[in-house]
Design a protein around this ligand. Structure first.
Ligand code: SF4
Length: 654
């Protein structure tokens, strides 16, 4: 029997007297707050900005990026005068790009327009009020060499943002000038005709295809023969350790009985860093949910120096600071870590609703393994917890709630992981849902194709297929692969078994630092399609301090979409990049009208105002989001051996 949920919402944070203030302290807070009566915001968790190490060099770069801007800021006697002068300057700069004769490259003009729009927004007094930060004040004081009066210590990330923004406003982003094809003027194929034009165009396209192929080779899937062999060896090692046989390996019950929840097997079967050892020991000591199936463990390379399995490890090996955050909030976990505001969007026990036609049903509160960045880490108590199943009466009431709400057509059963439930129980629940006339789709949200593919027995597939009635009701599986390295012959077979019965399999990818390198997610999409999984969503990762080191700035999502996903055939890039607004649901990131950059904070993080999906249908306040600084993200990539120059256009995605 599942424990009754008794946790009340924590009181609103008290550190700030003015609700319109986005605060600077490093704190954890329970939920989204309303600021200034018109904008929703998570309370900010800004670290104290670091001092700029080489401030003079960065400052020189800043003023060289746009000497006119430097001059007018230096000449302004007050912040008000500086603001006025910048507005006038931006107005003139914008008009220049509409002149018949100007020095800008035709494509650079779009960058100028965007940069001007963004800078106008940043210097807007309303955005300073909302964020309680004035980037303009920082720039003005820096220009007048009054650093000792700075209210905030600005970071390298802050200066880098403005170096690029100023270059953009001056029409010197160099995105296009550096490109050889652009230097030559119009590409040859546009001047030529017929076969000659086509051949010239092919040269350009071959170049791009070569780039895609070159990067794809960096991210092998688990279908490659060498990797299949390594994993066979891993499997034998794991079976030896647990005293299992080859037939046990294909029995999901054996895997569930041997889920690794203590440090010992892990440390004996795998080489892990000192920090990871400490983290898993602490997880066990503080009873922080932690678990890995033997199958998923076999996807990790014995020798981590090979460098392919980073995403697999990161999925389940919790970092030390994550464990410390979780341990520090064991008592108030249900309020502190519910960053999606699920508690506030549950109209009935086990039900979550954020959209008109969809609801989530959560009958089972555990999984066969625990993901580090799980958005339900506030309510999952233990991997394969024996008391994780809601009782019959609770499930009946939840289904009755669905029956009473004729608007609901699409029910996502998730959790926890419903595919880890007993077949008979799952069948009973599907039968009950199938009796609700207005339910035309049932989705099973499960990670088992990735972490326990042998769970997809013919019996389980049959069970789902019985409720999949084309023209009446669809049953689909929604899963969560995060890297090509997770795609294995076993996963392929599980997916194909489902698809052969006419049911679709879709993937929801979380975009993290582990799968965000150049073309890393593009390769995942291509590999998913090759085994029969359709990419569905690409989630911006949200969370708090406990998972911050995995987070990727929104600018990288936009860059990935434009410069990598776009090179794939349309049938490979079927996923939509989204930002999940707490309490309100998914906001599409590709649509410029749905988000706006409103401030750059002293630590270099951008603040975005995200407009809810329903804004033109039912008025809802926007939501302020403080992103991770681009500079910090690039530092992380550099530490992983990436050439940062490959990402240089990221600053121009807003
Ligand atoms: S499978 Fe889903 S619900 Fe379970 S731990 Fe992972 S992310 Fe959370």
């Amino acid at each position: 029997m599942r424990k009754a949920k008794t946790t009340a919402k924590a009181a609103a944070p008290s550190a700030s007297k003015d609700p319109a203030v986005l605060r600077m302290e490093t704190i954890l807070t329970p939920s989204t707050t309303i600021v200034g009566n018109e904008v929703l915001s998570d309370v900010l968790e800004l670290e104290k900005p670091r001092f700029v190490v080489d401030s003079d060099r960065y400052l020189n770069m800043l003023w060289e990026a746009n000497p006119d801007m430097h001059e007018l800021l230096r000449a302004a006697e007050s912040l008000t005068a500086a603001r006025e002068a910048v507005y006038i300057f931006l107005e003139r700069s914008e008009r220049k790009i509409f002149d018949v004769d100007n020095e800008f490259h035709i494509l650079e003009k779009a960058t100028v327009r965007e940069a001007i729009r963004v800078f106008r927004s940043i210097i807007g007094p309303i955005n300073e009020k909302r964020t309680q930060v004035s980037a303009l004040d920082c720039l003005w004081k820096l220009a007048r060499d009054r650093r000792e009066e700075l209210q905030w210590d600005v970071s390298a990330g802050f200066l880098m943002e403005f170096i690029h923004l100023f270059r953009g406003i001056a029409g010197k982003s160099n995105i296009y000038r550096e490109h050889e094809g652009i230097k030559r003027g119009l590409p040859d194929f546009l001047r030529l005709e017929g076969r000659a034009a086509a051949l010239a165009r092919c040269e350009i396209l071959d170049d791009m295809a070569g780039t895609v192929r070159k990067y794809f080779r960096r991210y092998p899937s688990g279908l490659e023969p060498d990797i299949v062999t390594w994993r066979r060896q891993n499997r034998q090692r794991i079976l030896r350790y647990f005293g299992g046989s080859e037939s046990d390996w294909s029995d999901y019950r054996w895997h569930l009985r041997h889920v690794i929840k203590t440090p010992e097997p892990l440390l004996e079967l795998l080489d892990v860093s000192h920090e990871q050892k400490e983290a898993v020991r602490k997880a066990a000591r503080y009873r922080i949910p932690f678990g890995i199936t033997p199958y998923y463990l076999s996807l990790m390379d014995r020798n981590p120096a090979i460098g392919y399995d980073h995403a697999v490890r990161a999925q389940v090996l919790p970092p030390l600071d994550y464990i410390e955050q979780m341990a520090g909030h064991r008592q108030d976990r249900k309020t502190v870590f519910d960053f999606m505001g699920e508690y506030d969007t549950s109209p009935a026990d086990l039900v979550t609703r954020r959209y008109p036609l969809i609801c989530i049903l959560k009958p089972y509160n555990t999984c066969s393994q625990i993901c580090v960045y799980c958005q339900r880490n506030w309510e999952i108590d233990e991997c394969m917890a024996p008391d994780a199943l809601a009782d019959d009466a609770q499930i009946e009431r939840a289904i009755q709630w669905i029956a009473d709400h004729s608007g609901i057509g699409d029910v996502l059963i998730t959790g926890g992981d419903p595919a880890v439930m007993d077949d008979a129980l799952l069948d009973r629940m599907l039968q009950a849902l199938a009796r609700v006339d207005h339910v035309y789709r049932i989705r099973i949200g499960t990670r088992t194709p990735v972490v326990l593919p042998c769970r997809w027995t013919p019996e389980l597939v049959d069970l789902l297929a019985r409720h999949h009635v084309p023209g009446r009701r669809e049953v689909a599986v929604v899963t969560h692969f995060s890297h090509s390295y997770e795609i294995t012959p076993e996963a392929r077979d599980a997916v194909q078994a489902i698809r052969r019965r006419g049911m679709g399999v879709y993937n929801q990818q979380v975009f993290t630092v582990e799968n965000s390198r150049r073309f890393e997610s593009a390769k995942l999409r291509a590999d998913l399609k090759s085994i029969g999984v359709d990419p569905y969503y690409l989630f911006n990762m949200k969370g708090k301090k406990e998972t911050r080191r995995l987070m990727v700035p929104i600018a990288r999502i936009l860059q990935e979409r434009k410069e990598e996903a776009r090179l794939l055939p349309g049938l490979d890039r079927t996923d939509e990049p989204v930002f999940n607004v707490p309490k309100m649901g998914k906001n599409h990131l590709r649509a410029g009208q749905d988000h706006r950059l409103v401030m750059v904070m002293p630590d270099g993080s951008r603040v975005y105002e995200l407009h809810p999906w329903e804004k033109n249908i039912s008025p809802m306040p926007p939501y302020n989001y403080v992103d991770v600084p681009i500079y910090d993200y690039l530092e992380e990539l550099a530490a992983r051996g990436e050439n940062i120059r490959d990402y240089r256009t990221i600053w121009y995605y807003y």
